[in-house]
Each structure stands twice: as structure tokens, then as C-alpha cells.
Design a protein around this ligand. Structure first.
Ligand code: B12
Ligand code: SF4
Length: 559
């Protein structure tokens, strides 16, 4: 058994988050149960705050459904609940032998509330995995029995085997758990998964195919995105990126046959596909082979992928993409400032980016850029300039993710006293969660909203309509609608930012670094008031039932 000693640097942030009272304190130690597992239920919750994809029907965690599919292949009775698709059926939860979750930061509060509820009422082992759980392992162990860090494809099966056979967990690589003595054990990291054969089985998701795309749009005002995986990991190592941390060094492609099979299986649900590969064209010759196969098999469908700017220099690749049905490429531009690229080790310049955009558009593919808002090198006009740039270069989309860092990161982008953590609910990237150097947090938040409204304005949409650009018009309408969904929450958040930034900026909105360094990091959590003791799902609908269960909860068995 290897018990990883967390470095002091790591320990401080984790203990600090725990101190934020997000957690219930007296977590029971994890036991080896020696039980036969039959029913496994996977549960996912929508983010605590609205986001750009609130109107999209798509499991929020690709990995959760993938892990469920792997487990299903072993013959277990598996069901997945994504609460934005179908409410969690607590009857099914209650009857389960194992519960698995995969929170994003902004859904973690809800997931914790759910896990607490399960733990306090039923004796069911609880497992959590994914990016958030990998970064916030100790915090997750306050609510869950087991955390599977990094890739979970193989570790989950080992864990299930150990539970079933009543073995100890010391040899399960990638697992963290509470030992019988109450201490936390972090086993050695799991090796990279070599066999990326498994496809996601979307039929496991309760309610997923209830509506055709037409009815989905008409009745629910939602669109369906189907996510595909052609590869995992990335050969680059940009300073800020989570991919090397999560999936290790290098890039692994899936076999072409398995990707084609994945598309063929998912085609029955729709034709709008997103390749979520960190870097779709990292292995260009393999990607070209895949595209040729997609063309020769006449798969049809519309595809989007994330690429790095330099892939666009290979025009044969772009031509094949167009023929295979690709409609749009996403590039993480992050900034329009070469200084930022140097700091991030992006190996890019603005000029090279522009050339890539033009090459992509030459092949009649749309380009969407995402930016980090609030970089220290950026001035207060950076967000507006990015939208100007998007309009000038006729980009299909311009998105902003506010620069942020996990307090747990070994090298956080900002010192903790420059981080803003109102609640983990706001950790989706849409909310300003730091004190930028050259603009007040509230001004940056307002600018992001205003500029996004400008980019996705109906006025621009009508312009596309006049030019007969239907695709552009509809995509703009959808984004305009999505933006309207979280507008109110952003406004409320601005009030909060104005309160906490008081006294830290001069008249030019320059941050007083000396003052901020002495800022007392305080947390006004929302966990208790919003979620604690409140049941999520469709099992209990009325307050009476809630009261009844709250009463039962007090006397519930705890191990
Ligand atoms: C592709 C992607 C998307 C796609 C598709 C996402 C999807 N739903 O499928 C799109 C573009 C739609 C998207 C949107 C958003 N995303 Co995104 N996305 C990614 C990206 C690039 C890859 C994620 C991925 O699928 N990897 C491959 C799969 C196989 O890995 P995985 O999901 O991590 O699963 C593995 C392990 O984690 C583990 N595992 C996962 N779950 C579970 C569960 C159990 C029980 C177990 C045992 C194991 C396990 O095993 C899996 C297999 O090995 C990551 C960055 C990155 N490089 O990881 C960001 C990332 C996940 N996204 C992020 C965010 C914030 C968002 C948005 C909220 C952004 C926004 N403001 O709009 C939105 C909306 C959220 C949503 N997901 O719907 C953050 C999440 C941070 C966090 N902890 O909250 C990330 C990490 C980017 C970042 N650095 O900030 N995203
Ligand atoms: S190229 Fe993209 S996926 Fe790869 S490390 Fe850089 S940011 Fe991450």
C-alpha cells in the first residue's frame, strides 16, 4: 500500500476548502463489504448556475456515461440519471448496490447533498470520479466512500471486484478512500488506459430518447448534442490545461473501427456530433484515415471538433473534414495578446491564429474561438476587442471563460487571496472568480455579458437572415436564448462582486496588489441554505413527505 503524503502546498488549499463548511464532518470510514453487487446507479446533476449549454440535452459528464457503459458490459444492471434529462428516481437509488457520481465544480454542491442524503438513509457504497473529484479528492471523501482519480475505465471494475470479494482496497491503483482508522489513503496513481475500445451507451440514460429532435426543440426548447471520442489526452502541455493532469502525458487514438461503430450506434439519436477530443487532429495521419473512412462509409451527420491552430495549415486535413461532414472547428485562442501565449506556453501568435482562421474559412468551415477573460496581461478592453475581432473575422462563435484556478492546483494561477469563491456553484467559467489586475471583477463580469449580448444580438442575426445564412441565423438564435437564461444570475452575481471588490481598486480600476495580499479569505457558502437536507429528484414531491423523511433521517442508521 502506498499512502501518498500530500505536500504542504497541496494540503493548505484542501483543508481550507473543507473549512468552508461544505462538508458534513463525521464521515464514517470506508469498509470492505463483501457483498454481491447487482444494481449500479449513476447520477449526475445539472450545474448549480445557468450556463451556455443549459438549453442542450447532453450528459454533463462524458466520463460518467462511459464508465456506466463499461460496467454494463460486465453484466450489471445499470441506469444513468442526468437530472436535466429526467429526474433522479430515488426508489431506484434506494434499491441500488452501488451509486456512482461525477460532479463538475458547479454541480458539486448538489452532488454532495445527494450523497449525504443517500449515506444518511441507506447503507449503499458511494463512488465519485471525474475532474472535480481528482482535484478535490479529500473534500469528496467527506461525502463519498471512494474516489476514483484520473481515468476510471479500469479502476471502477477493480473496485467493484474488491467490494464483492470483501478484499482490501490497498492495491486498487487510482483509488482514494477512508481507511478503517479514519485516515485518508490515496493509492498510487493508475496507469494510462490503453484500450479505448468502449463506446458510450446512451440508452442507459433514463429518458434520453423520449423526444425526437423536432419535439425537443418545439416542446422543451432544447437541442441535442451527441458527444464522440476519437482520442484521449494531448501531446502539448499548456500551462493552464487540465488534460495533462487528468490523462497524463501524450495522446492516444481510438481505433478507427471503434469510432465508426460509435457514430453508427449514436446516429439513431440525432445527427449533430461533437468530437470532444482534447486535440482532434493531434495525430494528423490517423485523423485523416478516420475522415477518409467516414467519407467512404457515407456516415452523414454534422460534426464539430476542437483543434489547435497549426492543424489548419494542413489543407488536405481541412478538405477531408469538410467532405466528412464537419461544419465547425473550435480553437482555444485564450487571448489576443502574444505575451499571454508565451506565459501559457501556447506556442502561438495572433498572426498565426489569423492565418489559421482564414485557411479554415477558405474550406467553408466555421470557426469558434474561446477566450480566457481577465488575464493579468490583458487590459480592460480585451473582452470587447475579442468580440470586435470575432465580428471582423466573421467567426461563428466567441466564448469567454473567466480565468480561474482551483485552490488545489499545484501551481494555482492566482494566489488564494486573489480568488473569489462565493460558492462552488459559480465555478463554471461564466463567473468572474478572481481579482483581475487591470479591471474590477464586477466590470469584467458586466463586460462579458454585454459583449456576449452584442455578439449574439438579434440585430446581427437578422443580418445573417438577409444574406440567406440560415445556419448562422439559427445558431445565433440558440445562443441568444441560452444567454438570456443566465443573464439574471449574472446580474445578481455582479452585486456580490461590487460588494467584495470595495477598496481594492483605484480610479483606473487597477488592482492594489499590496492590499489584496492582506485580504482575509472568507467564504459565504450557499451549500447549507440551498441544498443541505433537501432531497433532489422525483421520489419525494411534497413538503409533507420531505418532513417525514427529514424526521426519519435523524434516526437513520449510520455505520
Ligand atoms: C469535451 C469537453 C466539453 C464538451 C463536452 C462535454 C460533455 N458533456 O461531454 C463541451 C464543449 C460541451 C463542454 C462544455 C462545458 N465544459 Co467542458 N470540457 C471538455 C473537456 C475538453 C474534455 C472532457 C472529457 O470529456 N474528457 C474525456 C473523458 C473520457 O474523460 P472524463 O469525462 O474526464 O472521464 C474520465 C475520468 O474523469 C473518469 N470519470 C469521469 N466520471 C467518472 C465517474 C465515475 C463514477 C468514475 C469511477 C470515473 C469517472 O473516468 C473517465 C474515463 O477515464 C474538459 C477538459 C479536459 N481536457 O478534460 C472540459 C471540462 C470538463 N469542461 C469544463 C467546463 C467548466 C465546462 C462548461 C461548464 C463550460 C461553460 N462555462 O460552458 C460547459 C458545460 C458543462 C457540460 N459539460 O455540459 C471544465 C470542468 C471543470 C470542473 N471541474 O468543473 C473542464 C475540466 C475544462 C476546464 N479546464 O475547466 N465541455
Ligand atoms: S493544446 Fe489544448 S488540450 Fe492540449 S494541453 Fe494545450 S490547452 Fe490543453
Amino acid at each position: 500500500m502506498i499512502v501518498l503524503e500530500k505536500s504542504k502546498e497541496d494540503l493548505t488549499p484542501i483543508s481550507n476548502i473543507a473549512k468552508f463548511k461544505l462538508a458534513v464532518s463525521d464521515t464514517p470510514p470506508c469498509k470492505s463489504k463483501n457483498m454481491k453487487i447487482k444494481k449500479i446507479t449513476f447520477v449526475e446533476f445539472e450545474l448549480g448556475t445557468k450556463h451556455f449549454l443549459s438549453a442542450t440535452l447532453m450528459p454533463r459528464s462524458f466520463g460518467l456515461v462511459l464508465i456506466a457503459s463499461i460496467v454494463k458490459q460486465q453484466g450489471y444492471d445499470v441506469k444513468v440519471y442526468c437530472d436535466h434529462i429526467s429526474p433522479v428516481d430515488m426508489e431506484r437509488v434506494k434499491e441500488s448496490d452501488l451509486i456512482c457520481c461525477s460532479p463538475l465544480t458547479a454541480s458539486s454542491n448538489k452532488v454532495f447533498a445527494f450523497a449525504d442524503y443517500v449515506r444518511n438513509n441507506w447503507d449503499i457504497p458511494l463512488v465519485v470520479g471525474g475532474t472535480f473529484a481528482t482535484y478535490f479528492t479529500d473534500l469528496c471523501l467527506e461525502h463519498f466512500d471512494y474516489v476514483i482519480r484520473n481515468e476510471g475505465d479500469e479502476t471502477i471494475l477493480e473496485l467493484i471486484r474488491c467490494i464483492e470479494q470483501g478484499q482490501g482496497f490497498e492495491n486498487v491503483k487510482g483509488l482514494s478512500f477512508r481507511s478503517p482508522s479514519g485516515g485518508i489513503t490515496h493509492n498510487e496513481k493508475s496507469p494510462q488506459v490503453e484500450d479505448l475500445y468502449y463506446n458510450q451507451d446512451l440508452s442507459l440514460i433514463e429518458g434520453y430518447s423520449r423526444y425526437s429532435n423536432f419535439w425537443l426543440m418545439l416542446l422543451k426548447r432544447k437541442i441535442r448534442w451527441i458527444v464522440l471520442q476519437g482520442s484521449r489526452g494531448c501531446p502539448f502541455a499548456c500551462d493552464y490545461c487540465i488534460a495533462p493532469v487528468m490523462y497524463g502525458k501524450g495522446h492516444r487514438s481510438r481505433t478507427i473501427a471503434s469510432v465508426i461503430d460509435d457514430i453508427n450506434t449514436k446516429k439513431k439519436y440525432g445527427d449533430y456530433f461533437l468530437f470532444m477530443d482534447n486535440c482532434f487532429s493531434a495525430n494528423i495521419s490517423h485523423t485523416k484515415e478516420l475522415l477518409r473512412q467516414m467519407i467512404s462509409e457515407k456516415l452523414g451527420g454534422r460534426y464539430i471538433a476542437f483543434i489547435r491552430y497549426e492543424s489548419a495549415e494542413d489543407e488536405e486535413l481541412l478538405e477531408l473534414m469538410k467532405r466528412a461532414g464537419f461544419i465547425q472547428l473550435y480553437i482555444g485562442a485564450e487571448s489576443l495578446n502574444d505575451e499571454v501565449f508565451v506565459r501559457m506556453k501556447k506556442h502561438m501568435t495572433v498572426q498565426k491564429l489569423i492565418r489559421s482562421i482564414q485557411l479554415i474559412q477558405k474550406h467553408k468551415l466555421a470557426v469558434t474561438l474561446s477566450f480566457q477573460a481577465g488575464n493579468d496581461e490583458d487590459d480592460r478592453h480585451a473582452v470587447r476587442n475579442a468580440v470586435d475581432f470575432g465580428i471582423e473575422y466573421d467567426l461563428n462563435g466567441v466564448y469567454f471563460i473567466s480565468t480561474w484556478s482551483f485552490p488545489e492546483a499545484p501551481k494555482p494561477v492566482f494566489a488564494k487571496n486573489r480568488m473569489i469563491l462565493k460558492s462552488l456553484d459559480y465555478g463554471s467559467g461564466h463567473y468572474v472568480t478572481h481579482f483581475p489586475l487591470n479591471v474590477k471583477p464586477s466590470s469584467l463580469q458586466k463586460t462579458i455579458l454585454e459583449q456576449q449580448k452584442r455578439f449574439w444580438s438579434i440585430k446581427r442575426g437578422l443580418g445573417f437572415l438577409r444574406q440567406g445564412k440560415w445556419e448562422r441565423f439559427t445558431s445565433l438564435l440558440i445562443q441568444h436564448y441560452a444567454l438570456s437564461l443566465f443573464e439574471k444570475q449574472v446580474d445578481e452575481y455582479v452585486d456580490y462582486l461590487e460588494e467584495i471588490e470595495e477598496g481594492y481598486y483605484d480610479a483606473n480600476e487597477t488592482l492594489d496588489l499590496a492590499r489584496i495580499a492582506s485580504r482575509n479569505v472568507d467564504y459565504k457558502g450557499e451549500y447549507a441554505e440551498n441544498y443541505q437536507d433537501k432531497l433532489i429528484g422525483n421520489f419525494l414531491q411534497s413538503n409533507d413527505q420531505l418532513d417525514q423523511y427529514a424526521g426519519r433521517r435523524k434516526t437513520a442508521l449510520r455505520n
